[in-house]
Write a protein that binds this ligand. Structure first.
Ligand SMILES: Nc1ncnc2c1ncn2[C@@H]1O[C@H](COP(=O)(O)OP(=O)(O)OP(=O)(O)O)[C@@H](O)[C@H]1O
Length: 342
C-alpha cells in the first residue's frame, strides 16, 4: 500500500479570485500563485499560468491575452478555470506521481449549481478520482481552528479579492450567510479612481495594490504613513511621482469598507438570537487578504461593538481549512457541499 499510495496524491485547493493555493497532504500549502492564465491571442494556446501570467498581465503585449478566470467570486471563464487548475497542479507535480486521487476544493458560497458542476468537471478532467467541494467560509473557519461542529455560533468574515463571504457557522453548517461582491479588488479600484480624480494621475493595478498593502487603512492610524507613487499624468502624458498619505487613502476607500461593514451588520440582524449571543461572547473572525487592511478590526469593532479577531496568516486560512478537510474526510464529511449529477 505504502509505495503505491505515495504515487497518488491527495490535494486541496483554494480556488480564489485573486490567488489559488494548493495544499498537499502531509506537506501543507506548497503553492500560492495569482489566478491568471495567459494565452496566445492567435492560437489560443496557454503560454503562462500564475506568477508568470501576472507579469504579462501588466505589460501590454499585442500577441498575448491574460484572463482572470474567476471574476467576482464566480467563474467567468470555464475553460480558463480548468487550464488554471491544471497548470498550477502541474507546477507541483512530483516526477513519479501517477495522478490525483482525492481533491478538496474551496469555492465561494454564492456559486451556482452550474458553476459547482463546472468546478467538479474541471477537477475530474485534470484527473481527480474523487472530488469534494467545501464553501470558502466553512474552510476558513476550519483553517482558523474553530470547531465547526459544536453547537455554537461563529461568525466568519472572509474578505478575498472578488467576494466578501460573511457566514455564521454552527453544527457543521452555514446557519446564515451572505456573499458580497465587494472585496479587495474594489478597494484597489477605489485607489486607482482616487488618483485619477484627485491628481489626474493614472496608476497601474500593481501600484494601487502596493498602496493598499503599504498604507491603506480603515481606522485612524497612531502614526499616519506616507508613500511615493508613480504614474502617468493624464494631462501632460508624462510620468510623475507624488507623495500621498494614509489619511487621504482612508477616505478614498471609505465606500467599499462601509459596504462590507453594512453587510456584516445586516448579517447580524438576521442571525438567530441564540447564535447572536454566542457571537457576542466570541467575537467575529476575519480571514482573507482583506483582513490585513490596517485598522479594519478596530473599525468593525467600533461599528458593531463586537470583538474582532484577525486570523493568523489570513491569506492561507481557506487553503489550510481545505487541507484539514482533506486530511480527515470522515470527520468533515457533513460539511462538504453536495452537487447534483445531471
Ligand atoms: N497586506 C494586505 N493588505 C491589504 N490587502 C491585502 C494584503 N495582502 C493581500 N491583500 C488583498 O487580499 C486580496 C486577496 O485575498 P485572498 O487571497 O484571500 O482572496 P481570494 O481567495 O483569491 O479571493 P476570493 O475569496 O474572492 O475568491 C487581494 O485583493 C489582495 O490585494
Amino acid at each position: 500500500m505504502g509505495i503505491f499510495s505515495d504515487l497518488f496524491r491527495d490535494i486541496a485547493i483554494d480556488l480564489g479570485t485573486a490567488n489559488t493555493l494548493i495544499f498537499i497532504r502531509n506537506k501543507g500549502v506548497v503553492l500560492n500563485e495569482p489566478s491568471i492564465v495567459a494565452r496566445d491571442r492567435n492560437t489560443g494556446k496557454v503560454v503562462a499560468i500564475g506568477h508568470d501570467a501576472l507579469l504579462m498581465h501588466e505589460k501590454t503585449h499585442p500577441g498575448i491575452v491574460t484572463i482572470k478566470p474567476l471574476a467576482n467570486g464566480v467563474i467567468a471563464d470555464y475553460e480558463a478555470t480548468e487550464e488554471l487548475i491544471r497548470g498550477l497542479i502541474n507546477k507541483t507535480k512530483k516526477q513519479f506521481s501517477l495522478g490525483i486521487r482525492r481533491m478538496v476544493i474551496g469555492i465561494p458560497s454564492g456559486i451556482t449549481e452550474v458553476e459547482k458542476r463546472a468546478v467538479r468537471d474541471s477537477a475530474e478532467h485534470v484527473g481527480a478520482k474523487e472530488v469534494y467541494l467545501v464553501a470558502e467560509p466553512m474552510a476558513a473557519a476550519i483553517g482558523i481552528g474553530i470547531d465547526v461542529k459544536e453547537p455554537m455560533g461563529n461568525m466568519i468574515v472572509d474578505i478575498g479579492g472578488g467576494t466578501t463571504e460573511i457566514a455564521v457557522i454552527s453544527l457543521g453548517g452555514i446557519a446564515s450567510g451572505e456573499s458580497l461582491r465587494v472585496a479587495g479588488t474594489d478597494i484597489t479600484s477605489a485607489i486607482i479612481r482616487h488618483f485619477r480624480k484627485a491628481y489626474n494621475l493614472a496608476i497601474g493595478e500593481r501600484t494601487a495594490e502596493e498602496v493598499k498593502i503599504r498604507i491603506a487603512s480603515a481606522y485612524k492610524l497612531d502614526k499616519e504613513l506616507t508613500m511615493n507613487v508613480r504614474g502617468r499624468n493624464l494631462v501632460t502624458a508624462l510620468p510623475e511621482e507624488r507623495e500621498i498619505n494614509s489619511a487621504t487613502i482612508r477616505e478614498a476607500i471609505a465606500t467599499p469598507i462601509s459596504q462590507i461593514i453594512t453587510s456584516i451588520k445586516k448579517s447580524l440582524e438576521v442571525t438567530k438570537p441564540e447564535l447572536s449571543a454566542d457571537i457576542l461572547d466570541r467575537g467575529l473572525f476575519l480571514a482573507g487578504g482583506g483582513a490585513l487592511i490596517k485598522g479594519l478590526d478596530k473599525k468593525i469593532n467600533e461599528e458593531t461593538k463586537l470583538m474582532v479577531h484577525i486570523s493568523e496568516d489570513p491569506l492561507t486560512a481557506v487553503a489550510r481549512g481545505t487541507g484539514a478537510v482533506l486530511e480527515d474526510l470522515e470527520k468533515y464529511r457533513s460539511v462538504l457541499l453536495s452537487t447534483k449529477r445531471y
